[in-house]
Design a protein around this ligand. Structure first.
Ligand code: PEP
Ligand code: MN
Length: 343
């Protein structure tokens, strides 16, 4: 249920509604929207409690009370009609700018991450990506450098000023990763790791939530809900391709996901054209498609020497190819009324 307050409702009226909601045993969440306050009432609304709709509707300052039938609430547009803007180290995601996050799949060495960071910055990227804890399909593949990798990311941030995005694989690693990262990535394989999501709800860093390869968009928003219910509302949703019968590409980019998620949710939505295609040949085209479809950003794998990459080399752009991609992405961004900081 959401309680939509009248525009200009007084603080005392909002307080009285919150108290009434708590008295009924529900947890109220007040959206931070400035236009109009909306109070989400979380908990099971059964056939008895549904009578509360009328009671709450009659409280002073209340414009209307609406039952939300969707299984996600805090991430829904009904609760928060305006787009959510997430600010990280001076970068704003969810506004007019299409924010480009780029860097290698994995942090491999000091020179590799520093070189990658400088190169992506020079082409206009606003954030650096790089994995220190890697979710690999084979246990025999490179698993990431762990904490030394996080330290190298922090060094690359120092050198370039780019905020860093890195994956946290295990709930036990959260306290370590938050010390170094600016944005915590939940990988596709962990989208429904509810223990991890719940713990991330208690952190204050933004979360980049990737879509599970076999997950529906509704399930993705319910995953976001697990984080939001803990109090962390700074979530960036990321489409990264889904598993279909088509095997010409590593995954199938679900372009539809972008406008659908933007319609259902107020959270920023970005696209990962690297994992969604799995091959450098297709990354730029799909990056453009994502921007044309309304993505608020892109996360792209770039490696100084893809042939020697320890993970995902086939889909990693060289700095030169990344720069070329930025040029076309810039033109598409303009065409759809957005900006991108391509150099
Ligand atoms: C990655 O970003 O390198 C990664 C492992 O992505 P995904 O979780 O989408 O497979
Ligand atoms: Mn990767």
């Amino acid at each position: 249920m959401v309680i939509v307050m009248e525009q200009g409702a007084e603080p005392g009226q909002i307080e009285a509604v919150i108290e009434a909601v708590q008295k009924e045993g529900f947890t109220p969440f007040v959206n931070p929207g400035v236009e109009r306050k909306v109070i989400a009432v979380l908990g099971v609304i059964d056939s008895v409690k549904v009578a509360l709709v009328d009671r709450f509707s009659n409280l002073p300052g209340v414009e209307r009370v609406q039952l939300i039938s969707e299984a996600y609430k805090l991430s829904s547009r009904s609760y928060h009609p305006e787009d959510t803007l997430i600010e990280v180290g001076g970068v704003r995601i969810g506004g007019p700018e299409v924010v480009i996050i780029a860097g290698p799949c994995s942090v491999e060495s000091r020179s590799q991450i520093l070189e990658a960071a400088e190169a992506v910055k020079a082409a206009g990227a606003k954030m650096l990506r790089g994995g220190a804890f890697k979710p690999r399909t084979s246990p025999y593949s490179f698993q990431g450098l762990g904490e030394p990798g996080l330290k190298l990311l922090a060094e690359a941030r120092e050198a370039t000023g780019l905020p860093v995005v890195t994956e946290v694989l295990d709930p036990h690693d959260i306290s370590l990763v938050v010390k170094y990262a600016d944005v915590l990535q939940v990988g596709a394989r962990n989208m429904q790791n509810y223990a991890l999501l719940q713990r991330l709800g208690k952190t204050s860093k933004p979360v980049l939530l990737k879509r599970g390869p076999g997950c529906r968009l509704r399930e993705m928003l319910q995953a976001a809900e697990y984080i939001m219910i803990g109090g962390n509302h700074r979530i960036i949703l990321c489409e990264r391709g889904i598993t279909t019968f088509e095997d010409a590409t590593r995954n199938t980019t679900d372009i539809n996901a972008i406008p659908v998620l933007k319609h259902w949710s107020h959270l920023p939505v970005i696209l990962d054209p690297s994992h969604s295609t799995g091959h450098v040949r297709y990354v730029s085209a799909i990056a453009c498609a994502g921007v044309a479809a309304g993505a608020d950003g892109l996360i792209v794998e770039v490696h100084p020497n893809p042939a020697e990459a320890l993970s995902d080399g086939v889909q990693s752009l060289t700095p030169e190819r990344f720069q070329q991609m930025m040029q076309v992405v810039k033109r598409v961004s303009w065409a759809v009324g957005r900006e991108v900081a391509a150099k």
